[in-house]
Design a protein around this ligand. Structure first.
Ligand code: ZN
Length: 269
């Protein structure tokens, strides 16, 4: 990094630190105020840059075009029937060719992934909607961007350097070490327990609004729980998405809160 760049980065780091505390953004989907340091356009660009690395870590994209089409169909049904379509995010749903790992992921900006291992365990379309709805919840709640803002706060200079050197219109910027570090961080990002519960709640909302029975999300938790017992080890989904029992309870609470009269008739299971 040149001396000039470094000075710019330091200035931006200072601005980032002040900005973290001074800047609050209202999120119309969650109704919360958040500390966010980047724009939705930057979230989308970073997610697109990180996507190939995510694919590489989990066996690449699945060659099973029929299953990929199902993932697209369910994902797009959720996008088109919920507030997700009013957000700036560009949702894309990718089936990863990894049968050994049971997991799903979301990158900032709308890149959503599910492993073939997890998809094969799911028994209904509603369960797939539950998984994708949960991941979309992370995107619209901007959990990745919040994480970046916290990184800027704790590692101000690195975070600022990423923002200072990152230009989505300049392909050379992708080779910046700082961007590479950020992408590595996004790919291996562990959301907090709080984030997971919020994503579950948004998943309940999104599945219900798109005509799927949100109880299917409980089925997902049970399937993963059973898989962990059978294998004698925890599926990946639990290490990044912890506490199945507690989460089932919270999902049930969320369903009751959103549907006090019970869920409507005729939802897709
Ligand atoms: Zn999650």
């Amino acid at each position: 990094m040149s001396r000039g760049r470094l000075i710019i980065a330091i200035v931006i780091a200072a601005i980032a630190l002040i900005g973290y505390f001074a800047k609050q953004e209202y999120n119309p989907i969650t109704g919360e105020k958040q500390h966010i340091g980047i724009t939705p356009e930057q979230e989308i660009a970073l997610g697109l840059q990180a996507a190939p690395e995510m694919e590489q870590q989990y066996g690449g994209l699945s060659p099973d075009s029929q299953s990929q089409a199902l993932v697209d169909k369910v994902g797009q049904r959720i996008v088109s029937s919920t507030k997700a379509k009013e957000t700036p995010y560009k949702f894309e749903f990718h089936l990863l060719d990894d049968d050994n790992v049971l997991n799903a992921f979301a990158l900032p900006g709308g890149q959503v992934f599910i492993t073939s291992g997890l998809l094969k365990k799911l028994q209904t379309e509603g369960q797939l909607a539950g998984v994708l709805g949960h991941e979309m919840g992370h995107v619209v709640a901007r959990h990745g961007a919040e994480h970046i803002a916290k990184t800027q706060l704790t590692q101000g200079l690195t975070g600022a350097a990423v923002i200072a050197t990152y230009d989505p219109n300049n392909p050379n910027s992708r080779y910046s070490a700082a961007v590479a570090a950020l992408i590595g961080q996004l790919v291996s990002l562990r959301f907090s327990r709080e984030d997971e519960l919020q994503a579950d709640k948004l998943g309940v909302r999104f599945t219900g609004e798109s005509g799927y029975d949100p109880h299917a999300m409980i089925g997902v938790m049970e399937i993963l729980d059973a898989a962990s017992k059978g294998q004698g080890r925890q599926p990946e989904f639990f290490s990044t998405h912890p506490n199945p029992d507690h989460r089932i309870e919270r999902i049930q609470e969320a369903i009751k809160e959103i549907y006090p009269q019970g869920v409507p008739e005729g939802l897709t299971p």
